[in-house]
Design a protein around this ligand. Sequence first.
Ligand code: TYM
Length: 349
Amino acid sequence: MQGMNSRAEAAMTQTFIPRVFSGIQPSGGLTLGNYLGAMKRFVDMQADGGFETVYCMVDLHAITVWQNPEDLRRNTRELCAGFIAAGIDPEKSILFNQSQVPEHAQLGCCFNCVARMGWMKRMTQWKDKAGKNSENASLGLFGYPALMAADILIYHATHVPVGEDQKQHLELTRDIAVKFNNDFGVDFFPIPEPVIEGSATRVMSLRDGTKKMSKSDPSDMSRLNMTDGAETLVKKIKKAKTDMDPLPDNLEGLDGRPEAQNLVNIYASLNEMTVQAVIGEFSGQQFGAFKPKLADLAVAKLAPISSEMSRLMQDPAEIDRILARGAERGRALAAPILQKTYDIVGMLR
Ligand code: TYM
């Protein structure tokens, strides 16, 4: 995690405390994409030591599309278990559930009045999720990025680790911070930096290397879930789509081979090595030889997380206690920032 401290120092010079915020929706099981693109990097930033780290289960975002209430409760606890099993320490980081810190929704309400309809309409995730039937999509889905900006800015967060698919939302967050500061003639909100780094910023489907790995894909074979046991992981990797060529001896040799590129990226990220080093090790080998190595690695890295998640899930009351404590700590940071925002906007105390 080289460079983190210099980034943290740069934030200091703007007088903002170097603070990381990121969130994950409890809208289904955690995938390998969530883990490699986000969670694993949250753990790195927690370990870096140069930042305060704040991580959140964004249940208010999840309900922008229909969620069965019982599933939502279970998924929120399971996601919390996932954070902890992956290495987030609820003492070192602030770990909580979004709806339990009401300041997110309150600042989101202010930002709904800062963000412009035109900005929202340009969001590719809105276009993808609303599809052709946008008249029938929820207003919450349309306003999703303004709430996301509130999540980040209610903590004056300076750095936001996310996967590639969130880049545009982060740009919109920056636009909202700039517009708020300009409209009110203040230098109140930081302009947060997206942190999109590493070989797994966009983990692709195992069935189609041109599509993102996603929890909403109807085919379970398209993804590795963090709750999959060893046998399932091995089966899914064995069946993953590939091409007939051996692994190349240089990076350019992966161009135009999305499935090969994806599996190599996953290997590199899981084993914390560069894509170049993976190529160096496996160049000339067929997928028949590479896939069992990848499966062994996936089982070694993911199975302990999955079994720790199921252990933690046996004590939901303890998870609820952790989340309540996290929410208390979150509110201690968020409440004064909301109050100051209200003062700037002109609300009576
Ligand atoms: P969500 O819940 O869809 O995904 C959580 C995180 O996982 C990353 N991710 C991936 N990374 C690489 N490859 C993939 N296939 C892949 N799939 C998902 C996402 O980029 C994300 O970092 N809008 C956010 C949640 C959110 C948020 C925030 C994030 C709400 N407020 C404030 C950061 C800051 C989302 O839907 O993530």
